[in-house]
Ligand binder design. Structure first.
Ligand SMILES: C[S@@+](CC[C@H](N)C(=O)[O-])C[C@H]1O[C@@H](n2cnc3c(N)ncnc32)[C@H](O)[C@@H]1O
Length: 193
């Protein structure tokens, strides 16, 4: 019977980033199954323009980079310099990656005209804030991915309602074809028509 294990090698930098993450006290680390899916989907966009909102320490970043080809590029945004420094130290020499330490809202405001083939929204912006603006940055055929859509132990009071509203909004978008996966932390994938 099929098992949920990940057989393919993890990204080279992953275990070092994971160790540094555990030491850093970062508590919002991406789930490894979500990361595996991120890598698989990343491989579907050769030469693509990738956007990650919410770098954290670079865990998901390492998986996305591992799925991308040499011609693809990734911009990853986070406002916490301390955590991004970990991503920088392990992934900073990858010329396909641009780490941007800034507020997500400011970044979206300043980059509204840019288009991306793949957006992993893992912070407030592009998920619970400025969602319409971020979806406007998605190319036709582009993939939008979010995780943590099933109740998580670290959700504050009132967050479940926000998640329900987010799902309803995404479902209501005529330009997105969604699949909601009740798997891992709860993942939604949308592709733009
Ligand atoms: C769920 S974590 C990202 C986890 C990361 N993708 C990983 O693989 O572990 C959310 C991130 O959003 C960042 N964040 C919170 N508020 C933000 C803001 N206003 N602008 C940009 N980033 C923000 C936090 O610093 C945190 O790293």
């Amino acid at each position: 019977m099929m098992k949920e294990e990940i057989i393919k090698a993890f990204p080279k930098a992953y275990s070092a980033i994971n160790e540094a993450t555990l030491l850093s006290g970062f508590t919002m680390a991406s789930d490894v199954f979500a990361c595996s899916l991120l890598r698989t989907l990343a491989a579907s966009k050769p030469g693509g323009k990738f956007l990650e909102l919410g770098t954290g320490t670079g865990l998901s970043t390492s998986w996305i980079l591992d799925g991308m080809d040499e011609a693809a590029t990734l911009v990853s945004v986070d406002n916490d310099a301390k955590f991004v420094a970990i991503a920088e130290s392990f992934l900073g020499n990858d010329t396909r990656l641009k780490l941007s330490i800034t507020d997500g809202g400011t970044w979206v405001e300043e980059n509204k005209g840019n288009k991306f083939d793949y957006i992993f929204a893992d912070t407030w912006h592009g998920k619970y804030l400025m969602l319409a603006e971020v979806l406007a940055m998605l190319e036709k055929g582009g993939i939008y991915i979010i995780d943590d859509m099933l109740p998580q132990p670290n959700w504050p009071d009132g967050h479940a309602e926000k998640a329900i509203n987010l799902i309803a909004y995404l479902e209501g978008r005529e330009d997105l074809l969604l699949t909601k996966q009740v798997w891992a932390t709860g993942i939604i994938i949308g592709v733009k028509k």
